[in-house]
Design a protein around this ligand. Structure first.
Ligand code: AMO
Length: 417
């Protein structure tokens, strides 16, 4: 790192020209590299290459001296400026964000968009979130796994799968690691995966992508309330780690993080129906909660809260019922206001029960045979959840568009770059 203490030293720095101003015969450049921004002053016109453009990559040789500039502690008086790579002019977007570009233009020039320090900050925070999740899960003895993304049959049932041709056979892109993570509790007991998964839904919202990053856990001998505890503590640790380790990035984004208060509120599905009833919407037990319903419930509960005790009829085949009420599941969603961040629950682990549930849901046990076999090999009682990392990032950053927090988002309209 350069500093004023190095006054008088000869230095060589490389970086991108962020700004360029000529004042008479003097040229001022600001050059950025991974360590920050430096001001370069060029007094000799012959030292400045012709047609120097913003975003060109240059090598500067010069001497460190004190400066009158308000935003810098020192400047470099350049003896030599060499262009390593010239950038075009005009650029497709203004990378320092002085001229605002719309999200589509920015995504079309994403590599350049990241030279905007606000955008780079989002992805540095995302890096910290991933590091924090891994650290916390490792502390709790979870082992990171990587499961196949090309699969031979639908993992959870349902129709929202991308299909592809696989050496003459039909294959699919995995929508979640659900079946594998459950199977792996036999051998590894506590597992987690952080990977891309795929949903062929024609959704055009700020929270749906065709390719999203899911954080999944599965743990033997945990009930659903135990994995809810893990989830709550993980979310709080992520917020604290971001707050502690990303001060500069939060500052750049002008974002003040509130560490969520614990314990998170819990409301049951029946409580939600009551709240809707008070708002004049009368649903029956078993009706799904639509976006418009979640908006109302989210207004009543603006922060993090768990929504539990969903009807079994709304849950996938692998979810366990409550012992005392067979119509209600041992399952939950984690909400942030109206936004669903995660869903999970206790799973069926008895072979006969899971076969019966598949049939009850109109699914064919024969197409799940590889999975069902593992239930005869000592399947422990287990629970888990899946959380949308991209959605969690939108909460941390404070945006309502998931495309802001994904480098190269994929949605029904976007397959490039
Ligand atoms: P579910 O389908 O609810 O559950 O997905 C879990 C979480 O993943 C995120 N998510 C998405 N994020 C962005 N774009 C999408 N298209 C998208 N779809 C889902 C959401 C959601 O809450 N197997 C179960 C989880 C489990 O029980 O362990 C599952 O996939 O944040």
């Amino acid at each position: 790192m350069l500093s004023l203490q190095m006054q008088g030293s000869h230095v060589v720095i490389g970086g991108w020209i962020e700004d360029l101003r000529k004042l008479g015969k003097i040229t001022f450049l600001t050059v950025r590299d991974v360590t920050g921004l430096a001001q370069i002053i060029v007094k000799d016109e012959k030292v400045i290459p012709e047609d120097l453009t913003r975003q060109s990559v240059i090598l500067v040789r010069g001497i460190i001296q004190s400066t009158k500039a308000r935003d810098f502690q020192y400047e470099i008086k350049a003896d030599d400026v060499e262009i390593l790579t010239k950038a075009v002019h005009p650029l497709p977007i203004d990378p320092i964000g002085r001229l605002e570009s719309n999200i589509d233009n920015r995504l079309n020039a994403r590599a350049l968009d990241l030279r905007n320090q606000r955008v780079a900050s989002v992805f540095k925070i995302r890096h910290q979130v991933l590091a924090s999740l891994r650290k916390e899960l490792e502390k709790r003895k979870f082992i990171e796994i990587t499961t196949p993304k090309i699969i031979g049959s639908a993992s959870e049932g349902g129709a929202n799968l991308f299909s592809l041709e696989y050496f003459g056979k039909k294959a699919y892109l995995a929508q979640s690691p659900q079946l594998y993570k459950e199977q792996l509790t036999i051998g590894l007991e506590r597992v987690f995966e952080i990977s891309s998964f795929y949903r062929a839904e024609k959704s055009h919202t700020g929270r749906h992508l065709s390719e999203f990053t899911s954080v999944d856990i599965e743990a033997a001998f945990f009930d659903y309330t135990d994995v809810m505890d893990v989830l709550e503590n993980l979310v709080v640790s992520v917020f604290s780690d971001v707050e502690k380790n990303c001060k500069q990035e939060l500052n750049t984004l002008e974002r003040k993080l509130q560490i969520p208060k614990q314990p998170f509120d819990t409301i049951t599905y029946s409580d939600a129906l009551d709240e809707l009833g008070k708002a004049g919407i009368n649903l029956n037990f078993g009706d799904d909660l639509l976006d418009s319903h979640l908006k109302i419930i989210g207004t009543n509960h603006p922060g993090f809260f768990f929504l539990t005790d969903w009807p079994m009829s709304l849950k996938p085949f692998y979810i366990h019922e409550k012992d005392d009420e067979a119509k209600i599941s041992r399952s939950f969603d984690l909400q942030y206001g109206h936004l669903e961040l995660s869903s999970g629950g206790r799973r069926l682990h008895e072979p006969a029960k899971i076969r019966a549930r598949l049939i009850e849901q109109g699914l064919d046990p024969a197409s799940f045979e590889d999975h069902l076999r593992t239930f005869d090999w000592g399947m422990p009682p287990h629970s888990g959840w899946g959380m949308g990392l991209d959605r969690l990032m939108t909460v941390i950053i404070g945006t309502d568009n998931v495309r802001e927090v994904v480098l190269y988002p994929r949605d029904p309209e976007r397959l490039t770059p």
